[in-house]
Design a protein around this ligand. Structure first.
Ligand SMILES: NC(=O)c1ccc[n+]([C@@H]2O[C@H](COP(=O)([O-])OP(=O)(O)OC[C@H]3O[C@@H](n4cnc5c(N)ncnc54)[C@H](O)[C@@H]3O)[C@@H](O)[C@H]2O)c1
Ligand SMILES: [Zn+2]
Ligand SMILES: [Zn+2]
Length: 384
């Protein structure tokens, strides 16, 4: 079949993207789902900073030469998404046409050692397929002019239709507003999960979150849910502060206005129990580390460019018994956590609607990435 998609061909286009158009809206060919695969009609697809870091080459991707490609493109981005199952391939038993699904941006094979110990975000096969830009069974289902078009993170959601491995999909309740359900595939899963799964924050523990995009604001929501106190929110864009406060932050700090580490220490009498970095910058991660007190924990959520090194004082890691942790996809077990967070949302405990800045048609996706790059927006959702 043919489907309308936003295809990335060039990671060196300058901003503004509304002018340079790195994402080309065009029709591409889409194969029918193979063994273990599912055809999904996308309902909503959020714009996440990880898509942006691929679009502008800040986080370069490997070249899948075995597919005959000379670069990491063409690729269809989009990994935070929801949709409706339209067709299932052979061997798919748990999903059927008309089912509503949310994408999990790491497909879990269910058999590797990490899947076996209950840490599917570290799935070996899933990680390998994601790096190669293929589906879990090493297939590519999009084509243009006889060549492959890669799948970003097993989802390739900036397309009206996509084919995904069944292991990339989580079935959800049909009562949930389907377009907003997209946010449960990345921002919510990642931000809330970093607090409740990775850090396991308990009531009364203090938290600071650096970076108030979709991911950081989800961490603020998660901190409120966990009963953290106080909750401090840091950004360089004061326009984010009112929303952070509505979601549970008692204090907001402008990182450009003096030293945010000193300000966090002053507010908490020496530093926080937990600091979350949701920017994707090694310098900010070092600030998050410095903002923790004795025995404190720093959680890296942001994806810094691979050229950046983290520099922290080595000795206080030891004598202050500090902890430094990475949190990928909120240390999630997607089939456990996505329905759990959706249930909290549907019952008023997670105000996810607040994260939606606007809806966009696919044709306006390049301008949407300009707004994300400027820090001027939280979550924009492409609606088909
Ligand atoms: N760990 C994971 O599994 C995972 C999942 C999704 C996204 N991410 C990463 O998380 C990060 C955040 O994603 P997002 O979509 O929320 O991004 P976003 O662009 O919406 O938000 C980033 C925020 O950081 C703010 N910021 C910039 N510089 C800052 C500074 N020096 N101090 C404080 N704040 C600053 C920006 O103003 C913006 O509000 C990205 O690096 C993204 O790649 C990681
Ligand atoms: Zn994301
Ligand atoms: Zn696995």
């Amino acid at each position: 079949m043919l489907t309308r998609a936003a295809v990335l061909y060039d990671t060196e286009k300058p901003r503004p993207y509304a002018g340079s158009q790195p994402l080309v809206i065009e029709e591409v060919e889409l194969d029918r789902p193979g063994e273990g695969e599912v055809l999904v009609e996308i309902a909503g697809a959020g714009l996440c900073h990880s898509d942006l870091s691929t679009l502008n080459g800040a986080i370069p991707r490997p070249v899948p030469r075995h597919l005959g490609l000379l670069g990491p493109v063409p690729v269809i981005l989009g990994h935070e998404a929801s949709g409706i199952v339209r067709e299932v391939g052979p061997g798919v038993r748990d999903l059927a046409p008309e089912d509503h699904v949310v994408f999990s941006f790491v497909p879990m094979c269910g058999h590797c050692k990490y899947c076996a110990i209950g840490r599917p975000v570290l799935c070996v096969k899933g990680g390998k397929a994601n790096l190669a830009g293929t589906l879990l069974r090493n297939t590519v289902r999009f084509h243009k002019d006889g060549g492959p078009v890669l799948h970003y993170l097993g989802a390739a959601a900036f397309s009206q239709y996509t084919v995904a491995a069944q292991e990339s999909l989580v079935k959800i309740d049909k009562e949930v507003p389907l377009d907003k359900a997209a946010l449960f595939g990345c921002a919510i899963l990642t931000g809330v999960g970093a607090v409740v799964n990775t850090a396991k924050v308990r009531p009364g523990e203090s938290v600071v979150v650096f970076g108030l995009g979709g991911v950081g604001l989800s961490a603020v929501m998660g901190a409120k849910l966990a009963g953290a106190y106080p909750i401090i929110a840091v950004d360089t864009q004061p326009a984010k502060f009112e929303l952070a406060q509505r979601l549970g932050a008692g204090h907001t700090l402008n990182a450009l206005d003096g030293d945010p580490v000193k300000a966090v220490r002053a507010l908490t009498g020496g530093g926080v129990d937990y600091a979350f970095e949701a920017v994707g910058n090694a310098k900010v991660l070092a600030q998050a580390y410095e903002a923790t007190q004795r025995g404190g924990t720093t959680v890296a959520i942001g994806m810094a460019p691979p050229t950046q090194q983290l520099s922290i004082q080595a000795s206080n890691l030891t004598y202050m018994e500090k902890t430094l942790m990475g949190s990928f996809m909120g240390s999630a077990v997607p089939r456990r956590d996505i329905p759990r967070y959706l249930n909290l949302y549907m019952n008023g405990k997670l105000p996810v609607d607040e994260l939606v800045s606007q809806y966009l048609p696919l044709e306006e996706i390049n301008a949407g990435f300009d707004r994300l790059a400027e820090g001027a927006t939280v979550r924009q959702i492409i609606k088909f």
